[in-house]
Design a protein around this ligand. Sequence first.
Ligand SMILES: *Cc1c(COP(=O)(O)O)cnc(C)c1O
Length: 400
Amino acid sequence: MRYKKPEEMKIETMLCHYGEERGKYQGAVVPPIYQNSLFTFESWDAIDEAFSSPVDNCIYTRGKNPTTSIVEEKLAALAGGEKAKLFSSGMGAISSAIMHFIKEGDHCITINNVYGPTSAFFKNHLKEKCGVDTTFVSGELVEDFENAIRENTRLIYLESPSSAVFTLQNIKEIVKLAKKHNIKTVIDNTWATPLFQRALEMGVDMEVHSCSKYINGHSDVVAGVAIGKKEDIEDMFYKEHALYGAKIAPFESWLIMRSLRTLPARMRIHQENAMKVAEFLDNHPKVKRVMYPGLDSFPQKKLAREQMTGFTGLFAFEIDSENLSSIKEFVNSLEFFGIGVSWGGHESLIFAPAIAYLKEMTEEHFKNTGLKLGIMRISVGLEHYEDLISDLSRGLELII
Ligand SMILES: *Cc1c(COP(=O)(O)O)cnc(C)c1O
């Protein structure tokens, strides 16, 4: 049997069942991993027919693979998009989405504290390879974008909240402005996931995700996805996806299929845990401020509640100390927070964004991002929040 249309069921049910057809694979409760590079055909005419539409037919796994297609159908339905394409990394999806919308000599606008490699893609790579200029703006005000628009502006690239200092952009208003000027919009929606932020419904042309974070959620896959209109995704299928070759492995698609079944359940716990940990930190004397969009003390709280329906487990806080050695001691003392990059997995993590940003950008750009040495980014995992709070509480005693 083929399950119903996604709009006939709730998201939780859709993520468990949609796109799967047990009858096609002996009733197996979990669809198989199609671990093959190519597909053979019965005849000349059959392969000839398949070639009339490679986007719809399994010919070669760089293009279409059945395991990957199931996951793409679920992801498109999850975000309310017409179509999705999986990539071998978030950056694969991001660079392809940007290239899809621009050409030589165009101008783009993005935010100062956009994800580091995305920033480098705009600032260095696009400039050098295609002569595309990018203006970086703070992004908290719609006017920041309005003032940066030029005659040749073709793309506004958003990341809300940003994953470094968690500032928000007003998605609906920016989309309105972009449409008025015939500018396309792309958003990196990795932080909120489509569960908590309906970017496509707010009019954004395409959303991209690092699936390495919440969508896969188990810290065992690096992958990405672009979701949007059929026309855009199919054009990317033949151009950026096929020609750059950032194809996902069928096994990794299969792991993401597993993960999507538990996404709503996981997100509820990430959010609940993060709220408890953020409130604890917000009231701690050694903590200067907590940057978590779910908190009442969050400066853009109103906008956060207008454009998001939930808050996930990644946020930052600033330690009230300039003493770098005691800050390091705090980080090193933690038992349940691994020291590492990435986020959105089952395990809690801590990272000082300054470590990466100072390697990737000039001191001046670093200053513009609003980051400081004492800012810690934590990814609150699925452990019990009481263990996490005790761990942080013991560690903060070391701050002088
Ligand atoms: C991790 C991340 C990316 C890049 O994704 P990869 O899967 O690591 O290539 C992009 N955007 C954000 C916000 C991220 O956190």
